[in-house]
Design a binder for this molecule. Structure first.
Ligand code: 7RM
Length: 685
């Protein structure tokens, strides 16, 4: 039976050190064969990895018991728990109360004042961190730069003065549309220094998307650069801004342009200025403005279920505290770490875990401008080796790409500096987890699979390394202050291994405070499915140990002949087949079964696609999950349609699978041609 066969394979492939490490919490494989409730079959992922004794020895939290005690306290007495943690921030004015909560409005650290850039920079200047690397940067063409805390502070102060010169005031919105260069972080921190809000737009977004966002948040200033490097090509950032501003609908009065690529750009007289020229007019003294705990900090746009992106609003103290705390407890960052988060600053991961969290903690954050496969497939491993990266945080989609490219790209590099790995963005299939564990982590690094969202500001469900044993594919247990549960439509907690909706039943410090300009939508989207609880669209289940397994967006859950089926489960099954590189599974209306299962599959380099292989994959899925999951169709594709942050756009695949005309927003697609090719292929069928 499927579960048995899979767990025995797992047991065979389990590396020795992990087998030893698993000793304590595991009652692995043995029980896995026992069938779960008939319709709710659970994949046979039963491997457990306890942190090594060596990792535990120097951990801040050293046992599951200690984690559980702290977690219980954080829920029972958030005042005390967060009060203690908040003492690690630098306050201008102490707060009076930790929390005011009237659903859906939360106020954290009421009455307090502080400044984010002061917490990320100034407070590190008094001691030895003054001359420590704050940012280590590598450009795609290969340039290297290091900014110490002192240097970064100076750049931020100078640029904040440039913003002031352009009449940017407290509460104003500044749009940042930049490549992954240190100046992107400088621009963000400069905004926070003077109390302006930033809205970073990912460099891959089109002119149209920029315009929508600029209009929505009513920005007066845009910070951009002439261009950025991506896979050897130049992305015309300034040109996109020009196009966005054509027509004159926005209120943008200044565009500040950083020279990065040096190509010719149009400079609009009276509107556009060069970053380096502006610096000539300012000095390096810029006091940080004391901001209320609940002062708006930034807006970040994210897609919702409708076509119009939501401007997620985050505020000052709670956000910063959570970003710092998670860097401390989840990434276990130390003075001597070289920490690398591969996310772009245009995504929330870049905000919280490239800039604010690590800098608040006084850590060293590495930033790389370009693509993982430029000039060759080993760029990431080269960087890890060159800088001695110790903590590495990336996305499953990247991990699967590396798997596809082949192990030889990384086995030729020395990755022994790594001590902790993280993933974020989507469910990680156990096969990718194991590959990450073995090949990147050398079977010695804990993996933190961090579940969270733009809306949550920071990690919500994640292992605490050193304390929480991990299982490949599970984000494990909630972070401090997070009261997560899996419930049915009536809000009742579902049983063990049963699938339900993932809710958060208490406010947490870094929660979103609203959708910019749309209070109604905020209330409706997040707080009305379950009264008083937060629901943001993911399905999950919990296993016998209370571990959370995120299924993915609830709208990605299929109902096939009355059986609930996570598309991610089928995908994971497909990817466990040696021929498969990546897959995306969607439902399509089916007269008999309600929904049928359609699988889009890309195969590994060198594998030939055929009808035989398609049939074999169907059998494989049937074998791994069970007959209910048997795919109706397997379609091979050269590539899957993805957003620029690597999320597969299922909405489009659903339309293709059911033979509908393509409709809706495609502006977030990484490569429009992929969809055109898929649609054309299906038209030929
Ligand atoms: C940080 C980020 C949020 C959505 C979320 C999930 C999915 C993110 C994980 C995950 C399974 C994870 N923000 N997601 N992390 N699913 N395991 N560790 O990605 O706003 O862009 O996306 O991403 O569906 O709701 S996001």
């Amino acid at each position: 039976m499927s579960q048995k066969s899979k767990s025995s394979k797992a047991a065979k492939s389990k590396p020795k050190s992990a087998a030893k490490a698993a000793a304590k919490p595991a009652k692995p494989a043995a029980k896995a064969g026992k069938s779960a409730k008939a319709a709710k079959k659970v994949p046979a992922e039963s491997r457990v990895f306890a942190p090594s004794a060596e990792f535990v020895k120097s951990s801040r939290i050293q046992s599951l018991d200690q984690y559980r005690r702290m977690h219980a306290q954080s829920l029972k007495d958030p005042e005390k728990f967060f009060g203690r943690e908040a003492a690690e921030l630098q306050w201008r004015k102490p707060y009076r109360r930790v929390l005011d909560w009237k659903c859906p409005d939360a106020k954290w650290f009421v009455g307090g004042q502080l400044n984010v850039s002061e917490n990320c920079l100034d407070r590190h200047l008094a001691g030895p961190r003054r001359n420590k690397a704050a940012l280590i940067w590598e450009g795609e063409p290969g340039e290297k730069r290091v900014l110490t805390y002192q240097q970064l502070h100076r750049e931020v102060c100078r640029f904040a003065n440039v913003l002031k010169r352009h009449k940017v005031k407290k509460g104003d919105r500044v749009v940042i549309y930049m490549p992954m260069v240190p100046e992107a972080a400088v621009a963000m921190l400069a905004c926070t220094r003077i109390g302006a809000m930033h809205s970073v737009i990912f460099g891959g977004f089109s002119a149209e998307s920029i315009k929508d966002r600029v209009l929505d948040c009513d920005a007066a200033v845009i910070i951009t650069s002439d261009g950025g490097y991506r896979r050897g090509a130049v992305v015309p950032l300034k040109k996109n801004v020009d196009d966005a501003l054509k027509g004159g609908e926005t209120k943008v009065r200044s565009v500040i342009v950083l020279k990065r690529t040096g190509q010719e750009v149009h400079m609009e007289e009276g509107r556009d200025v060069w970053w380096h020229r502006e610096l000539e007019y300012v000095d390096a003294v810029c006091p940080a403005v004391a901001m209320d705990s609940e002062a708006p900090l930034f807006i970040l746009y994210t897609s919702g279920s409708t076509g119009k992106p939501k401007g997620i609003l985050h505020t000052t103290a709670g956000y910063l505290l959570h970003a710092q705390m998670t860097c401390k407890y989840v990434f276990d960052l130390r003075e001597e770490d070289v920490y690398w988060c591969t996310a772009d600053v245009g995504w929330v991961t870049g905000h919280s875990y490239l800039v604010y969290g690590p800098l608040a903690l006084g850590a060293t954050s590495l930033m790389y401008e370009g693509a993982p496969n430029w000039p060759e497939n080993d760029r990431f491993w080269r960087i890890i080796e060159d800088y001695g990266v110790t903590v590495f945080y990336t996305a499953p989609t990247a991990i699967r790409a590396f798997m596809k490219w082949g192990d030889e790209w990384l086995t030729k590099h020395d990755l022994s500096s790594l001590r902790l790995l993280g993933t974020v963005g989507e469910p990680i299939n156990p096969e990718a987890w194991m590959w990450y564990h073995r090949l990147v982590g050398g079977s010695r690094c804990p993996i933190v699979d961090t579940w969270w969202q733009t809306e949550t500001g920071g990690h919500m469900i994640t292992p605490i390394p050193g304390a929480v044993p991990t299982k490949p594919g599970s984000a494990t247990l909630p972070f401090f202050g997070v009261d997560a549960a899996v419930v049915d439509d009536l809000g009742k907690e579902v049983g063990k291994d049963e699938q339900g909706k993932l809710v958060i039943r208490k406010p947490w410090p870094s929660m979103l405070r609203g959708i910019w300009g749309d209070k109604d939508r905020y209330q409706k989207t997040y707080w009305s499915d379950f009264k008083g609880w937060y629901f943001a669209g993911d399905g999950a289940r919990r296993d016998k140990d209370g571990y959370f397994w995120i299924i993915g967006r609830i709208d990605d859950v299929l109902n096939v002949a009355g059986h609930r089926l996570g598309t991610a489960e089928v995908e994971s099954a497909l990817v466990s087949h040696p021929a498969v590189a990546e897959s995306a599974v969607v439902g399509r209306p089916d007269e008999l079964k309600g929904q049928g299962v359609v699988c889009f599959v890309t195969v590994k380099e060198g594998v030939k696609t055929s009808k035989e292989l398609a049939d074999e994959l169907k059998r494989h899925v049937r074998k791994v999950i069970g007959p209910v999951a048997t795919p109706d169709e397997v379609r091979f594709a050269a590539a899957l349609p993805k957003t620029r942050s690597g999320k597969i756009m299922r909405r489009l695949l659903k339309q293709i699978a059911s033979g509908e005309a393509l409709k809706g927003d495609t502006t977030t697609l990484e490569d429009v041609n992929v969809v055109a090719a898929l649609a054309a292929a299906s038209a030929e069928d």
